[in-house]
Design a protein around this ligand. Sequence first.
Ligand SMILES: Nc1nc2c(ncn2[C@@H]2O[C@H](COP(=O)(O)OP(=O)(O)OP(=O)(O)O)[C@@H](O)[C@H]2O)c(=O)[nH]1
Ligand SMILES: [Mg+2]
Length: 468
Amino acid sequence: MCNFSGPGLVTFNGKSGQDITNRLKSQYARLPVGLNTYLEKLLNTVDVIDAREKAILVGIAYPPEVSRVQVEEYLEELAFLADTAGADVGKSMIQERRAADPGFAIGSGKVDELRSMVKASEADIVIFDDDLTPLQARNLERELACKVIDRTGLILQIFALRAKSFRAKMQVELAQLEYMLPRLTGQWTHLSKQKGGIGTKGPGETQIETDRRLVRSRIALLKKKLRDVSLQHDTQTRGRVSVPRVALVGYTNAGKSTLMNMLCPQAEAFAENRLFATLDTKTRRLELKINKLVLLSDTVGFIRKLPHTLVESFRSTLDEVLQADFLLHVIDLSHPGFEEQMKVVGDTLREIGVRHPNTIEVFNKIDALEDPATLLDLRARYPDAVFISAARGINLSELRLRIAAHVARDYTERKIRVHVADYKLIGYLYEHAEVTDRQCIDEDIELTFQVHKNNLKHIDALTGHLAI
Ligand SMILES: Nc1nc2c(ncn2[C@@H]2O[C@H](COP(=O)(O)OP(=O)(O)OP(=O)(O)O)[C@@H](O)[C@H]2O)c(=O)[nH]1
Ligand SMILES: [Mg+2]
């Protein structure tokens, strides 16, 4: 949630943002205890990875569209995700196929091979890079006698581990419940299921129906509460329209939070070599020069196949991106798949409704490049991009200049002649515009100033009759 608090803080229906948060928190706490505990239990059975469980990874290549080499790269990312979730990644397996097997995703020979691998390495969990249907997951769990989880389930779990704020926790729970709902067909309702419980009898239809009803009503409640939180967020941010907004976007682990901390040292954004270190938007003032400041927001990172349920439930957090005047797209150029990552970011932006992003591409981690020729080549290929190292503070002044130049595009110059006694208006202009020249003529003052496009209408209404 945004931490900006300043003179723009306004109230809604006579209540401050904090009042609304407290009310929501107490409402949330007032849910029937039994229902809370039951749903918590239900959520915890969504194949949670326990501390340092041994995992085997499985990827499927569909040549020529998806090559084995590509899948090897995907499995590297999956290993990073699994490690972030707390698993110890051991072996991995890739099968090349023409289409996924409807019953098991992979072929029966590979299922046998996987079963031997699980036994030999005493693995606790098998993680598929591709999404599994509930039927495939159930069949595989039965055949392999261990937990089976897919990429979406894994990402949801990481989000659940990472969520700190009230809002992020609700957003993640909503995504988890929506993911779980279609899977409440036996596999996901096995609350008493033990590890490797082959042939465990599933609950009866009545139990499944009860679960579905509970989950649906909880989903409705969470959606309503998230709408309330968005409203509260809007009341907090409504006073900020006069300041240009910039949002940091990019693939997870690209270095967005590190850059935020370097540009706005007071930000104290959490940055770590882990996927999805950031789940909450954080907004800070970035002073470019006197009277010209922007609000910089750090946002949740994107990833290949970001579960749709997550995109949906994080929509209000991602509003910061939609409302930004322009975006800083941070790219980790030391990653071998950075160009595919750039494409994923572009696709995800489109998915959340950003159509023609006004973007500065910021290639980060130049310090991690071993061959200087690579940098020269990249500069030639991306002539409009800025190349920096956020961690080492390299080229940040160039980036600041580029941000300032981008912001300047949104300013318009105005000149007025105002009576010296109208100190209220003069003071207002000094506060809300950038005064670049001031000349005293008799009892009047001639002021030249720059106005941001967000303020232009209002300032023109105030000063239009004084224009010269
Ligand atoms: N070598 C190098 N590492 C960097 C640089 N900038 C960031 N990192 C490292 O990259 C990792 C990820 O940094 P974060 O700032 O957390 O990345 P993020 O984009 O905010 O990631 P999410 O919040 O997970 O989306 C951390 O280990 C940083 O120290 C850089 O310029 N050079
Ligand atoms: Mg971050």
